[in-house]
Design a binder for this molecule. Sequence first.
Ligand SMILES: Nc1ncnc2c1ncn2[C@@H]1O[C@H](COS(=O)(=O)NC(=O)C[C@H](N)c2ccccc2)[C@@H](O)[C@H]1O
Length: 527
Amino acid sequence: MSHLLHEFLLAAARTAPHRPAVVEFLGDDRTRVVSYRELDDLVGRYAETLRGLDLEVGERVVLDSDTSASAIAALLACATLGLTFVPVSPETPDQRVRTIVAATEPALYLSAGEGARPGVEGGFGVARFGPDGCEILRRPTAHAGLPARPSSGPRREVAATDIAYMIFTSGTTGRPKGVMMSHRAVTSFYRGMLTQRIVGPHDRVATTSPLQFDFSLLDIGLALASGAAVVPVPRARLRWPRRFLRVLRDTGASQVNGVPSIWRQVLRFEPDRLAELRSIRGVLFCGEDFPLPELRALRRALPEARLVNCYGATESMAASFTDVPDPLPPELTRLSIGFAHPGAEMLLVGEDGRPIEEPDVLGEIHLRSPALFSGYWRDRATTDATLVPDPVDPGSGRRVLRTGDLAYRGEGGELYFRGRTDSQVQIRGNRVELGEVERRLLEHPAVTAATALAPRGPDGETELAAFVVVAPGAGERETEAELTDFLAAALPAYMVPGELRALPALPVTANGKVDRAALAQLTEAAP
Ligand SMILES: Nc1ncnc2c1ncn2[C@@H]1O[C@H](COS(=O)(=O)NC(=O)C[C@H](N)c2ccccc2)[C@@H](O)[C@H]1O
């Protein structure tokens, strides 16, 4: 199997060209199937058009689209030419696209729509792509960003260490960081993922994440590397439980991947309709803790499905795949993130820099893996703070990924996620792990989802606040009052939120994670 992304993902085009590679939902009862042969042909046609621009390996291409057969062909065409694609999607605000364009100085803006976003200026070329081909609307005026190569001609050979894509994550500093992932890192991760045998050639993998989120790239890799089909779920259909389930039914989806929040409204309002979808054999989720009451509801609706908790960061695409216990023991209060996929290792490191082997001791996860990113784009300092010397042998020169995630080991050595290092807050001088407040809230029978945060109040004091979603039928106001007592009965006073509110739903970010910044704005402490 090749170390190059496009060869790795199109291998099935040679062995099973007629099998479906992408199944697109066109509207109720109407789908469009694109075979591996057709996908491969589209990649070839796009690559031929892009080759005419005479770009060099390593130049950037901003790829602006929803997930679709054409978008998959576009990213594979970029990979074929060694062009680094930078995926953005309709959820990416124009301002953020402008920031990404300014940072990456792309040679080309490749869009499924009408071209570059309003206000996005630069010497880059503009091209539009679709099922019928790729059309150059404006040639690049300058190949920005690459040092001139006086001697030899432009670089054409694609090496596995070339950067396949760059994903911009909103760094905690607020300035987005460009995570550079090489062909070798991505295909190494895909190999590790394939050992889990999550899907086979007859599966149809529903992907619900926007192209700007690398979860979508995991889904595309999982499907295509397994000879299965990708089923892009239109984003607008995710918000309506019945419409979402209709897409899964009409496309014959057998695997459904997404962050926990995609299930929230389905489990609340349409659990029975979900239970009717016998074709669903597997669910994979990632990105944040899946609230256990909701996970139990998912298990009840899909008793036969394999549920996989996938943990990891964009800097290595992911790191571990852990099956949710079946049945889910009633007394279970925490989900394991298990062990790293074969070929990788998650170390726990204490504050003293020493590796932790014994159970029940909190440490920071450090990842050893062939899938590690190549660094943050033009940000050496942040890269060096993240790709740190191997804690087992600092003098060796080897580097590992410092994840910023806290965890502890269970009796069998398996890991349990315990929040981010920056989710440890000090409340009136006491250390508080926000996850602990959330877990206690989730133990209340009326609570189905909970988020705790510690916004800084107007007086500079850090106040504890919590937001919950209560089960249908549980009164929101009385539950709020009851919950404060429920927490006070189990937690020290400084861990009881001063503000506790029930919401019909938790706000989520474009990637579907709970939007803590939006919740902080709702608190009384907000300026
Ligand atoms: N299963 C988890 N439980 C609990 N906290 C988690 C979990 N998966 C991540 N996280 C958290 O999310 C952080 C990573 O955030 S991220 O860089 O935006 N990347 C992602 O969220 C998605 C990630 N690249 C990915 C893509 C595809 C499959 C799996 C994972 C991790 O460091 C954890 O803090």
